[in-house]
Design a protein around this ligand. Structure first.
Ligand SMILES: [Zn+2]
Length: 146
């Protein structure tokens, strides 16, 4: 799968910095490539666009999904990462912003791979990456990897 990376202008995040985080997450050996079924490459012309966007742009790109300025989404060929989450993380990942960023990229790209949401299988287990961990962990442990 090929992808390109964009940062909405006026955001205080350099696009090179965002691209580095996305690249590192998607090519990490703990990530979607682990099972050997997927491979990722960043190109300028890819269909899949991973975009870091302001909360209001996120809502617009994600509609009719209701992101309410708070969460990220995958809509069509867009993976839209809400800059509010990128900067502040989520309660479920307190003090672990880098890990949260890995989670949100893996989760939304997981939707691009055709995967839907999952629940916590049992208390104390690693949360499935397709659990909506931004909203809570259902008793599972935060886990950014598939
Ligand atoms: Zn989701």
């Amino acid at each position: 799968m090929t992808y390109r990376v964009e940062v909405e202008k006026d955001l205080p995040v350099r696009s090179a910095e965002f691209a580095k985080a996305v690249d590192a997450t998607l090519t990490d050996r703990r990530g979607w490539t682990a099972a050997g079924s997927y491979a990722f490459q960043r190109t300028g012309t890819a269909d899949l666009r991973v975009v870091l966007a302001t909360p209001s742009t996120t809502d617009r790109l994600c509609a009719p999904l209701q992101t309410r300025g708070k969460v990220s989404c995958r809509m069509g060929n867009d993976v839209v990462i809400n800059a509010r989450r990128w900067v502040y993380g989520a309660d479920s990942y307190k003090g672990e912003l880098a890990k949260y960023r890995q989670y949100v990229i893996n989760h939304e790209v997981g939707h691009s791979l055709g995967l839907g949401h999952e629940s916590c299988p049992e208390p104390g287990a690693d949360a499935p990456v397709m659990l909506q961990q931004t909203l809570g962990l259902q008793g599972c442990e935060a886990n950014p990897w598939p």
